[in-house]
Design a protein around this ligand. Structure first.
Ligand SMILES: NC(=O)c1ccc[n+]([C@@H]2O[C@H](COP(=O)([O-])OP(=O)(O)OC[C@H]3O[C@@H](n4cnc5c(N)ncnc54)[C@H](OP(=O)(O)O)[C@@H]3O)[C@@H](O)[C@H]2O)c1
Length: 292
């Protein structure tokens, strides 16, 4: 087990297409309920060396993230905060006001990476306000989440500032190689959600992960997370289990060989864990309005 100092030194970074440098590994807080639990989990994570937190307005825990960062003693410019706008906040003028509220909830004067959470609503109007927020310094990088339909190209055509990242479901069963080819010429980085298959036992217990875990003296989850790093994905597993939290960040002291990466690559089966058609997402998720 590496020390916190070693983990801080070993962690890898990615230079985005706008020149900003993001820690490739971070901490996701989806489904950590409420600000208190989120503050506690983020405080523990930062104590272990996590320097990148992925939240969203829809998770309803941005205040907890902000409180943990403020109380951590870590300088603000050494922590990367990503958050996401919900479709109810999309639209020129409306999005700009929503960003101000986000800054208030997070208790910070800038957001490192701001994403459109879902690919419906007035995404083009929202993008214009996000570009404005870059220009006036409220936001450093902007990107998309879940834009896998032709709406991705709609944003790319309308954008004056290109998205830096595209956050999508991505794991060894669904490694997103086609999407990566589609965005390669824009220099957009892939961020993996459900990096551990949302904790799916079938994925975690795949024989290849069990075997490689034994060989490298790691756990199957660490093998999967290391695969993400070597695939070039930005990754932020969620956990509230202290042991998992320590394990997940302890993936920078070993490497998978090309042959091992290829064996994991063979698990690509097209299986997604979130499989709701876009129209249904638009109807169900679109009806949700997160509280301020
Ligand atoms: N943009 C989007 O629409 C979107 C959608 C989903 C997620 N996300 C982002 O991606 C992040 C990660 O996704 P996720 O949280 O849904 O799924 P995930 O990170 O793939 O999996 C989390 C699950 O895995 C378990 N787990 C974590 N570490 C483990 C380990 N070392 N060994 C065994 N089990 C482990 C956790 O349980 P314990 O807590 O018990 O450890 C939890 O049940 C989210 O937190 C969020 O930031 C974004």
């Amino acid at each position: 087990m590496s020390t916190t100092e070693e983990m801080l030194e070993e962690q890898t970074h990615i230079t985005l297409n706008d020149g900003n440098v993001i820690p490739q590994f971070g901490f996701g807080v989806f489904m950590i309920e409420g600000d208190d639990a989120t503050e506690k989990a983020c405080t523990e994570a930062m104590g272990l060396g996590y320097r990148h937190i992925d939240t969203a307005h829809a998770y309803q825990n941005e205040r907890g993230v902000g409180a943990a960062v403020a109380g951590s003693g870590v300088p603000r410019d050494e922590v990367w905060i990503t958050t996401k706008l919900w479709p109810s906040e999309y639209g020129e003028g409306k999005t700009s006001a929503a960003i101000d509220k986000m800054l208030d909830r997070l208790g910070t004067d800038h957001i490192d990476l701001l994403l459109l959470h879902q690919q419906f609503g007035d995404h083009i109007g929202a993008w214009k306000d996000m570009e404005k927020a870059i220009r006036d310094g409220r936001v450093r990088s902007i990107g998309l989440s879940n834009f896998e339909s032709e709406r991705l190209e709609e944003v790319l055509e309308a954008a004056e500032i290109m998205p830096s990242v595209l956050q999508v479901e991505c794991h060894p069963y669904y490694p997103q190689h086609q999407l990566k080819e589609r965005i390669a010429r824009y220099g957009i980085a892939i961020e993996s959600w459900y990096p551990l298959g949302h904790g799916d036992a079938g994925l975690l217990n795949e024989p290849v992960f069990v075997e490689l875990a034994e060989k490298h003296g790691k756990t199957p989850a660490q093998i999967i997370l290391r695969w993400h790093i070597q695939e070039g994905n930005i990754v932020f597993p969620k956990t509230t289990d202290p042991e998992h939290m320590k394990q997940n960040i302890d993936i920078f002291d070993f490497e998978l060989t090309d042959d091992e990466m290829a064996r994991i690559g063979a698990l690509d089966s097209g299986k997604r864990f979130f499989n709701v058609p876009l129209e249904e997402q638009e109807r169900t998720l679109g009806a949700f309005v997160p509280a301020d």
